[in-house]
Design a protein around this ligand. Sequence first.
Ligand code: HEM
Length: 439
Amino acid sequence: MTFLAEFDATADSPPAEVGVVIRWLRSDWSGMYAELRANRPILPTSAFTMITRATDVLAILAQPSLYSVRANRRSMDPSVGPFMLARDETHINWQEKGLMQALLRWEDLPRARALAGEVSRAAIARASEAGVATPSLDIVPAIARAVPLAIVQRFFGFDAPAEAMLRWSFATQHGMFRNAPFDGDVLARCHEAGAEMRAWLDPFLAGKRAAGSSGGDDTVSRLIEISSLPATGLSADRVLSNVCGLLVGAIETSSQAIVQIVDQFLAHDDWRAAALAADAEGDVAGFDAHVFEALRFNPITTIQFRHLEQDRVLGEGTSYATAAKAGTVLAVCTGSAMFDPALMPDPERFDATRLANSYLHFGMGHHECLGGHVARVSIPEAVRQILRLPGLARAAGGAGLIDFAGGPFPEHLTVTWSREDPAADAAPAARSRTAEPTA
Ligand code: HEM
């Protein structure tokens, strides 16, 4: 049965209607979006209105005060305080995003990349020490979470105990961005995690402030240093919220991306061969392009939610124009837009020559990801270390598949490789830079 046939059959039952959408999102989002883009590009449901064509997705992301992130306040404000991703076109967005961007310096990116490589290689070396001919590694705890954790601790300079950071990160990402259908306990855990994180950070930041110019070469030290200047007008509370944002934004997002990219490369030998060929040529940018093209086929999320602030006709001037009332929740389907030929020519083709800025992995416009440029080097470097393993393969049985363990984020994916001399097992020759996706 097609998605729309199934959806229309539930018209009398709002919960069933949303259930159909959620089921298709989990099982065949690309099929559902293809059908919607072709037949019903704007689909009102009882809970939200889905926007699936690229032109409409981009128009919404480009008008933040009209299509706002107000709904994020319920999860974010009690957890990390007022934050840019719960505000639109306010002084917080203007001043704090600009300031944070200035502190997350481009010239530091090689350091972030090196750290991602170091953490990944160390995990691989530990697994290889076991002495077996075919080592195996669950890449989720060992690399996918460990890499962004190290970035937050050692590159951003928010260096709390690992166990606590992973717990705060999980609970806040879950409550802020993955709490659908809504669960009050998930929201409560998000607020508790935020309170714990702030309680840990308060004395940590105060200590750094008391020490004066801490001289640390990390984002938090720079933030402390610059906030001491009256010219920035940044209070201790504002510093705290922004440091929390570094942790919340980084860990589960990067982890899920690393896992799903590796999974795509395990599913498509020719994509992997093409990526490794670029690596073998020393073409780092070319390798990275393969990574983010692979992520397009299974992005960490296919939706950004927005709140409609005024009555509006969505898709005005098109055959599918749809009136919507202020307060409507919009499911802005960025994952669908990345398969719309208006944004991605020949979208079903794996094509690593697409321009980096065409992707919507890191959002677009006013709320475009603050850590995007860091993630654009740390994620591919972690993936590169995994793909380079000679004889890389999925572990047998279920262990070789992504396991969400019933939760919102990947928990396990075990790979194996051979301990033969890597040189004898060098990157397979590129058969093609293009391939038909099976996803
Ligand atoms: C490396 C660490 C990261 C940090 C510190 C970070 C931080 C942030 C922050 C602070 C925002 C809000 C920006 C604003 O409101 O103006 C944001 C937005 C966003 N981030 Fe990240 N992020 C990171 C990694 C990632 C990764 C790996 C992904 C996905 C693969 C991602 C996807 C997004 C998206 C889609 C948005 C926009 C949300 C929206 O428009 O509603 N982020 N990020």
